[in-house]
Ligand binder design. Structure first.
Ligand code: FE2
Ligand code: FE2
Length: 312
């Protein structure tokens, strides 16, 4: 079949919401877009383990420690599903890691901020995992089968993360004045970076239009950001906390909250590697890779030995 016909067939499948599977023909650009998006997503999951792992040993009780440990392990699992989904598109996992370590590949800007107090564990679960859910629930219907299926499981776990974070915030807000202050401080520091997680505005987002056409994306960055604000502001009110935005106000006519301008200079600065923790995060990933070299070597040696024994 010639390419035009294959492409027509592909577009028909997309329009009818028929999933594209690894062995199906797909345009090169579709494949590349998915590799970029899924690998960025996978990197975000495993880099996202770092800010919270920082607090596992200092969690205030055994219950909190167990939940933090489980959450960080979930994120490792999310990374693994997503690297596997990405490999079905014909890339090698080692190459994806190499791109992360060299700084060529991006990951979510949010994980380049430090976790200064225990309340940050609450704010991250509530806001960062909350924003992740907003982004990821529509991805369960993405046109590429392996990605969509991975997201179903991921989203179930993300909703547990969001709830454990909100519960930490609720406990702090019902605690002493000092604890409530800690919760407010965490909200002050994580609010704006959480809004940045949805990416540039629609007019500056170069991939949105094509990704919507291919049904990889179902909503634009600005639509998702608005949904997040609308859902989260009443939750902050329930906690008795103040969202750090003087322009935040319910707009009766639109039926949505209006909110202030994001500091896009900060966003692009962090994305391009100059956030408070970018270097530390990449160093941590690189040393995990280097320290794991003996495991990879041993696994390969074992596999070779087994293969030889089988052949003999
Ligand atoms: Fe995750
Ligand atoms: Fe999560």
């Amino acid at each position: 079949m010639d390419t035009a016909l294959l492409e027509q067939h592909f577009n028909e499948k997309i329009d009818q919401d028929i999933r594209i599977e690894p062995k199906d023909w797909m345009p090169d650009h579709y494949r590349k877009t998915l590799i970029r998006q899924i690998s960025q997503h996978a990197h975000s999951e495993i880099v996202g383990m770092l800010p919270e792992a920082n607090w596992i040993t200092r969690a205030p009780s055994l219950r909190r420690k167990a939940a933090a440990l489980a959450k960080v392990q979930d994120e490792a699992g999310h990374g693994l599903y997503l690297y596997s989904a990405c490999e079905t598109l014909g890339v090698d996992r080692d190459d994806l890691f190499a791109d992360l370590h060299s700084g060529k590949a991006k990951y979510s800007s949010i994980f380049n901020y430090p976790t200064l107090t225990w309340a940050d564990m609450g704010a991250i679960g509530w806001l960062v995992d909350g924003a992740a859910i907003m982004n990821q629930v529509p991805l369960c219907r993405a046109s590429y089968g392996p990605y969509a299926r991975a997201m179903v499981r991921v989203c179930k776990e993300e909703s547990f993360h969001q709830r454990q974070g909100y519960e930490i915030m609720l406990t702090l807000c019902n605690g002493s004045d000092e604890q409530k202050k800690m919760a407010q401080d965490a909200l002050n520091r994580w609010w704006w970076p959480s809004l940045m997680m949805f990416g540039p505005t629609d007019k500056d987002s170069k991939h949105t239009e094509q990704s919507m056409r291919w049904r990889i994306k179902r909503f634009t960055n600005d639509e998702l950001r608005q949904k997040f604000v609308d859902v989260t502001v009443p939750q902050a009110e329930l906690l008795g906390l103040t969202v750090p935005d003087k322009d935040l106000k319910w707009n009766e006519e639109r039926g949505h909250y209006d909110f202030g301008e994001i500091d896009w200079k900060e966003f692009f600065n962090v994305i391009s590697g100059n956030g408070p923790c970018n270097k530390q995060r990449i160093e941590a990933r690189k040393s995990a890779w280097d320290n794991g070299a003996w495991v990879r070597e041993a696994a390969n040696a074992h596999a070779e030995k087994k293969a030889k024994r089988k052949a003999a």
